[in-house]
Design a protein around this ligand. Sequence first.
Ligand SMILES: [Zn+2]
Length: 329
Amino acid sequence: MSELHKFLFDGLPVRGAIVRLTDAWQEILRRRASNSEHGAYPAEVQALLGEITAAAALMQANIKFDGALVLQIFGDGPLKLVVSEMQPDFSFRSTATVVGEVAAGLSLSGMVNRTSQGRCAITLDPKAKFPGQQPYQGVVPLFDDAGQPLERISEVLEHYMLQSEQLDTTLVLAADGNVAAGLLIQRLPMAGAGNLAGSMVSRDNEDQIGLNEHYNRIAILARSLKAEELLQLDVDTVLHRLFWEEPLTRFEPLIGPSAPRFACSCSRERVAKMIVSLGREEAQSILSEREDIEVGCEFCGVQYRFDAVDAAQLFTDAAQLLQGNAGPH
Ligand SMILES: [Zn+2]
């Protein structure tokens, strides 16, 4: 079963989290594999999607924010989009859009940064928005400060956290066909908790970047964790192997009903709105060529179908709604 654990290093300005997604991750892969249009992900795409999903869980666990955290890669290679959306209750959905051939062993650059146009976006979408409020979004290229391409999504996210949030962060991520897992170690900011959402970073904090000996020691231990260990060992064994000399305070883990789990927020109503936004003419032109307007959800694989009668009803309802709204408020 999937699980997420948070912990603090006693007396030190360092915190951590570890996540193992098993049933929820397998559910995403199963739905994809049963989709007759796409079929299963190539192994390299599966690994990247699993890593980004584990990272989204770890980052959501470490911010005080009531809304969805969305990690996206906009690729310029055979992989056009990779996205994971993690809700504050750790229900999540993830998908990838493959538009070309992904050869075995293809690097991250080869998949998503072929012409150096690949981008990684981190979005915080608050649950309750005031009118006109836009989600907070940070976008970074897939290069380090020296202009070298980053070949691990963990490096991209570490770089982002350092540059945009002034947070020393260590991420170890791994995924296969059964497990998507990750370990995050972060130096606690001196001031301005919840930097990702708001950002009040003191000068003191910036001066501490890379210099805290406790964080550096723990980060080195964390980096010694191998992908196979992260995928195969249980959480207690991983934490004991890495940090047996460091006193930890563990928090109540998210397991059982509160564990990270797959859930899709798509609905027939949302698809209907999308069809209305296409316009009556476009809808009719689709229906002149086929029996139904068919829209498949990229995340969960559900197919929504609207025939000519459904579509006519949609546009009648929409017109009535517009007329209703035109009067004085
Ligand atoms: Zn869906």
